[in-house]
Design a binder for this molecule. Structure first.
Ligand SMILES: NC(=O)c1ccc[n+]([C@@H]2O[C@H](COP(=O)([O-])OP(=O)(O)OC[C@H]3O[C@@H](n4cnc5c(N)ncnc54)[C@H](O)[C@@H]3O)[C@@H](O)[C@H]2O)c1
Length: 276
């Protein structure tokens, strides 16, 4: 069934497509012969990414749509939806991937919180609520990808609004998939992509990080096998380490430890023994 989406002629819409993982995903979708719609808030990056994707698309720029979009604005997402349907007539894959790194702590500035939550959480809800009803009504197999983060699962200290938004996305994606699988005659499935440490944009590539293309390989393989959780390793964190970290985080509740005990000095040794 997955082959019905990742194949020539179907349409992929990707937010945050101007850079990083979103841009790499667009390149791969074009290589597969899909028509690709790129959405981003940075005009230059969007234009550069669209030109790169058009070089890979079988139909060149006729297979590519680039639309300046701020995912935090519902009106922008609605006009993206109209533009995609007007140009290509359907949506096979929606990848809600845009994110801001606006950062803060729990008592930090409200403006950073509002920016973070409105892009990272509301951006995804806008995308899903605008696109998915029409994808269900199409009556064809379709995929919805939500890009989350390990920060939404294990909650490392450092950027609280980002962690909160990504934790919300995990809950949202899980509930969405539950609702979709309980909707009669629905051929749409949802998937949570969880990148590890990935070099994106103009940042220097460090040996511990993966490249965006490696994340896209996990995405493609996971979609082809119908997995929901598409969790990526990186060159420092193995899948086994991820499993231990997730278990340890759940253990805070079960064992009545302090929250974020992984970063609490009294538990440093215990965590080290649990996940050497
Ligand atoms: N790179 C990592 O290590 C890493 C790890 C875990 C999760 N992620 C997630 O992967 C996704 C892609 O991130 P990336 O690492 O490729 O980052 P990136 O910064 O390279 O790409 C994010 C893109 O989103 C765009 N964007 C920001 N605000 C937007 C808005 N309001 N509307 C539309 N587009 C907007 C940016 O312009 C940028 O092109 C994000 O959801 C991020 O949270 C990344």
């Amino acid at each position: 069934m997955n082959e019905a989406v990742l194949r020539a002629g179907r349409v992929a819409v990707v937010t945050g497509a101007g850079n990083g993982i979103g841009r790499a995903a667009c390149r791969r979708f074009a290589e597969l012969g899909m028509k690709v719609c790129l959405a981003d808030v940075i005009e230059d990056d969007l234009a550069e990414a669209a030109a790169e994707v058009a070089e890979l698309a079988p139909g060149g720029s006729a297979d590519v749509l680039a639309q300046l979009t701020d995912v935090s604005r519902l009106a922008d997402i609605e006009s993206l939806h109209e533009a995609v349907l007007g140009r290509f007539g359907e949506v096979g894959l929606l990848m809600n991937n845009a994110a801001t790194r606006a950062s803060g702590d729990a008592l930090g500035e409200a403006a950073a919180w509002q920016q973070s939550i409105s892009v990272n959480m509301w951006g995804v809800i806008h995308g899903v609520q605008t696109f998915v009803p029409a994808m269900i009504a199409q009556g064809t197999p379709c995929r919805v990808v939500i890009t989350g983060s390990k920060q939404g699962m294990t909650n490392p200290p450092g950027n609280t609004p980002y962690n909160v938004g990504k934790a919300a996305l995990k809950a949202y994606a899980e509930c969405l998939q539950h609702e979709l699988r309980n909707t009669a005659d629905c051929q749409v499935t949802a998937h949570l992509l969880v990148p590890g440490w990935t070099t994106t944009g103009k940042r220097e590539h460090k040996p511990g990080a993966w490249l965006p293309e490696q994340v896209v390989e996990v995405l493609e393989a996971g979609l082809r096998s119908g997995d929901f959780y598409l969790v990526c390793a990186d060159n420092e964190v193995t899948p086994e380490m991820d499993r231990k970290r997730l278990l340890w985080a759940a253990g805070d509740v079960i064992e009545n430890r302090p929250p974020l005990s992984r970063w609490h000095p009294d538990y440093a040794q215990a965590f080290e023994e649990f996940s050497p």
